[in-house]
Design a protein around this ligand. Structure first.
Ligand SMILES: C[S@@+](CC[C@H](N)C(=O)[O-])C[C@H]1O[C@@H](n2cnc3c(N)ncnc32)[C@H](O)[C@@H]1O
Length: 448
């Protein structure tokens, strides 16, 4: 197989990156935006030792799960990877991704339960992060980065986000254009406006955070007045300062320009106070379904001491606090821990304690102090748990461990370590929180 060659290929599966996969010349060939069952002419663009990458040249006959993409920027913005297949086909592929990761990486021969669909297929996100660009006439627009690039593709209304966030971004861009506030240029490191970071609570309230390469915006006061008069659902406006040459969106300092700087929401009956930096699941109804699944697998009872590691604003643990004897939560972001403590106070949950610490260090210290949880929830970031956390959990020897993860590969790796320490995988359930994208959450139950 050589670069630029055009081959005929049958797509047999989807990879966990959302690419179609077929086999030719004994090699796996990955082709974005193809679907299982497609027969296609594929142009080879990169050949490695045991696999190759191609692009769709011509679709000869479509697979059974194919659907007509319903977004004008599908394939050009880096967001959706699966808008060309039906939602049932997407759910089947996501079940297979999770099961496959647990088999290949974890060494488990275990069938995953079918992926739970998201309650909303469209407009399910409660957060939007738009990079900003400007056209030749100096008009500022919000959009999304093209795949593997920092070129901003204008997108006034993304179908994954509520229209209210698109409208807020459009009005802000009109104000930025009117006041001629310059957009940040990554190469020259000049200009001010980097990103718009918006959150929306289930009652419709909006948090606006403007990420800028500087501490002040020209016409800041007027801009905020006009914004909040026009869009009364805006509860708070903040300016986040990010002057670093980095892909990380938020910088270390945030200055409140209007309101309290936080947004109040409710998840699984737990009151949540969100600062821009707090982790919060992006699909509110999907998160309630995910946490409900975690709770069913955990089967919390009054005899339980529940340790919720990587607890964020405390929602998973607090959604079970009324069932358990005691709850201990650990999280590294101070604002999230404050939100968890406040939520416990508002709920009258005096059996809950939260610590701001590294999960591994706190778990090791708590284990050394003799804490013996009967139930542990692990919900780490994409990189999974570190070795120290898993070691401490094994030392505490809880009867049940519930793992919640947005990365089946690291969850499978961590589950394998727990299995080597004497735990059995009892349940594995993918939960779709991110329809149309390649991402999927999963929940697993391990028992001693
Ligand atoms: C996937 S989120 C889960 C949060 C929470 N369970 C929820 O559902 O909202 C992972 C959390 O781990 C936190 N985190 C990242 N590294 C950590 C560490 N070393 N120790 C403790 N928490 C950490 C992040 O700040 C984030 O809140």
């Amino acid at each position: 197989m050589t670069k630029n060659e055009i081959i005929e290929l049958e797509i047999t599966a989807l990879s966990s990156d959302g690419n179609g996969v077929g086999r030719a010349d004994g090699m796996a060939v990955f082709v974005p935006f193809t679907a299982p069952g497609d027969r296609a002419l594929v142009k080879i663009v990169k050949v490695q030792k045991s696999f190759a990458f191609g692009i769709l040249h011509q679709l000869l006959s479509p697979g059974p799960g194919r659907a007509e993409p319903d977004c004008p920027v599908f394939g050009r913005c880096g967001g959706c990877a699966l808008r060309h297949i039906s939602y049932p086909a997407e759910l089947a592929a996501k079940t297979a991704f999770v099961e496959d990761a647990f088999r290949r990486i974890g060494g488990f021969s275990f069938s995953a339960a079918p992926c739970l669909p998201s309650p909303q297929e469209e407009r399910y996100r409660n957060k939007a992060q738009y990079p900003l660009g400007a056209d030749a006439q100096g008009r500022i627009f919000a959009g999304f980065f093209a795949p593997r690039s920092h070129r901003v593709i204008p997108c006034a209304d993304c179908r994954l986000q509520p229209q209210a966030l698109g409208e807020t971004a459009a009005f802000l861009c009109a104000l930025f254009t009117e006041y001629a506030i310059p957009v940040y240029d990554e190469l020259q490191r000049t200009g001010l406006l980097r990103h718009l970071y918006l959150r929306r609570a289930r009652d419709g309230g909006i948090l606006v955070c403007i990420v800028a390469n500087g501490r002040r915006l020209p016409h800041e006061k007027e801009l905020v007045q006009r914004l909040t008069r026009r869009l009364p659902e805006i509860r708070t406006v903040a300016l986040n300062v990010n002057t670093k040459n980095t892909n990380v969106i938020l910088g270390p300092q945030t200055r409140v320009l209007f309101g309290s700087g936080v947004l109040e929401d409710v998840l699984c009956g737990v009151p949540v106070t969100l600062s821009p930096a707090s982790f919060y699941q992006v699909n509110t109804l999907g998160a309630e379904q995910l946490y409900e699944e975690a709770k069913q697998l955990a089967a919390p009872g009054p005899g339980d001491l529940l340790l919720d590691l990587y607890c964020g604003t405390g929602t998973i643990g607090l959604s079970m606090v009324r069932e358990v004897g005691q709850l201990v939560g650990v999280e590294v972001v101070p604002a999230a821990v404050e939100s968890a403590k406040l939520a416990a106070q508002k709920m009258g949950a005096d059996n809950a304690r939260f610590f701001c610490a590294d999960a591994g260090e706190a778990a090791a210290r708590l284990a050394a102090e003799g804490l013996r949880p009967t139930l542990v929830v692990l919900d780490p970031p994409r990189r999974g748990c570190d070795a120290k956390t898993l070691e401490a959990v094994l030392a505490m020897a809880p009867g049940r461990i519930v793992m919640v993860s947005c990365n089946a590969a690291t969850a499978a790796r961590d589950a394998k370590i727990l299995a080597a320490g004497g735990y059995c995988l009892r349940a594995l359930r993918p939960v779709d929180m991110f329809p149309r994208t390649k991402h999927v959450e999963c929940v697993a139950l391990l028992e001693k």
